[in-house]
Design a protein around this ligand. Sequence first.
Ligand code: PMP
Length: 364
Amino acid sequence: MKNKDRVYNFSAGPSMLPYDVLESVAGQLTNYEGSGQSVMEMSHRSAEFETILDDTERNFREILSIPENYKVLFVQGGATLQFAMVPLNLLRKSKKADYILTGQWAKKAAEEAAKFGDVKITASSEESKFTYVPKVNRADFRSDADYVHMTSNNTIYGTRFPYVPDTGDIPLVADMSSDILAEKIDVSKFGLIYAGAQKNMGPAGLTIVIVRDDLLGFAANNVPTYLDYTTHANNKSMYNTPSTFPIYVAGEVLKKIIKDGGILAIEKANIEKAQKLYDYIDASSMFNCPVEKEDRSRMNVIFMTGDAQLDKKFVSEAKEQGMYNLAGYRSLGGMRASIYNAMPKEGIDKLVEFMKQFEVANRK
Ligand code: PMP
């Protein structure tokens, strides 16, 4: 299938991958670099795969300028398993953790942590249906909290933290599932970062954890071996069979990011893509975005007409034009355009053009 036959997939994840990565993976699918085998068939202990893993980690560290005193772990179980692994490893003294509630995923993370410790919701935007991100500072957190948890980008509600909360000496943990590799970050401001790969990095089945060395080694004895970060840190993510193929594809995505100019080039493109869509929505008399301007996500753009039938019509007509998965989250309705790194700017242009036509055709 040629690129022109592909649809623009606005799914919240799994989502689009860069076309050249798909092509290069397809080209090497049955015989990876002359090895006579597919990466899928390779022993994870083979020299070939070790090189893939090493290159993937090195490029990831380079792109995000990850300091030496952080480990990068490749695990499985999605961000959902991290909701449990974080408290199991980081509730190490007071067993208290403070959570910032900015959406359903943050809520799920907090509920899971509450199984293991004393969880306090420090700030929440639930009263306004998560249409903004609360401003928090050091004084808001319990001084003896073992960590503070935030969700940097809220996939469902289309919000993003426009700042990194100051937590003082308390380690800050961030779920970056839907904006990892979307912009430059200062890793040193975080104790731990985790993200499922399936939005900006690669196929589902891989979860990345970036963890500061001093936070390792605190899991209780009864924590299952796989759920202890030190297991992965001490075994270079090879304690058991890692998700070899997703790691390989993620590695190819990272190579492309470097080739395309690195994280700042990606960030610039993401700002431009999101701005174009928001500018149109704000100028339109049919579509509306409920999210506070300064907290708007660059990855998940929420919009609606205010008429559920019309929204449905929009989603189905867009699909006929090759723009897939524009329906909003089940409980929210409306539309959501997820425009991760691999969504080309032509996809945004096509969507905006379609919105204009739809608005003219359906004006009351
Ligand atoms: N956190 C966020 C911010 C998400 O967007 C998602 C998935 N959409 C999750 C967590 C859950 O991730 P997973 O399905 O990888 O467990």
